[in-house]
Design a protein around this ligand. Structure first.
Ligand SMILES: [Zn+2]
Length: 143
């Protein structure tokens, strides 16, 4: 299983990579040289905080996780390959950065706003890739 996962490629290689534990994802950010804020994705055309072109930006790799701001169950697939029903949420992955993500839980009962979610690999073996989905961080687990 581990060997197989390492041969898989990220669906969006500019956004994330498999973390060393083989299941969670690390996100790529660009740290602005002018104001110090982080931007996502790392290849953003400019700093969303101050407008710096980010040509001298520092690339940061951080565990993909964030605060769940809101969520909704979607009953119709929004894109090819998406299962329905699915739960989509707005997740604050860094200060000032909110991304929409799919939350891989059976239903909304285990979710609450303000909880911490982490990004994990959603392996699609037929395509040889892994995508990004979010799951609740285990209670008491270190980030
Ligand atoms: Zn900036």
């Amino acid at each position: 299983m581990t060997d197989q996962q390492t041969s898989l490629k990220p669906l969006h290689p500019t956004l994330y990579q498999l973390a060393q534990n083989g299941t969670s994802l690390d996100f790529f950010f660009a740290q602005c040289p002018a104001c110090g804020a982080v931007n996502f994705p790392a290849n953003a055309p400019g700093c969303s905080h101050c407008g710096d072109p980010l040509t001298e930006a520092t690339r940061l790799t951080r565990p993909g996780q964030g605060e769940l701001l809101e969520f909704v169950t979607i009953h119709v697939p929004l894109m090819p390959g998406m299962n329905a029903p699915a739960i989509a949420g707005d997740i604050r992955i860094a200060e000032g950065i909110v991304e929409e993500g799919v939350i891989a839980v059976p239903d909304e009962s285990g979710l609450r706003t303000g909880m911490t979610l982490k990004a994990v690999a959603d392996v699609r073996e037929a395509l040889g890739v892994y995508a990004c989905v979010f799951v609740p961080m285990e209670e008491g687990a270190a980030a």
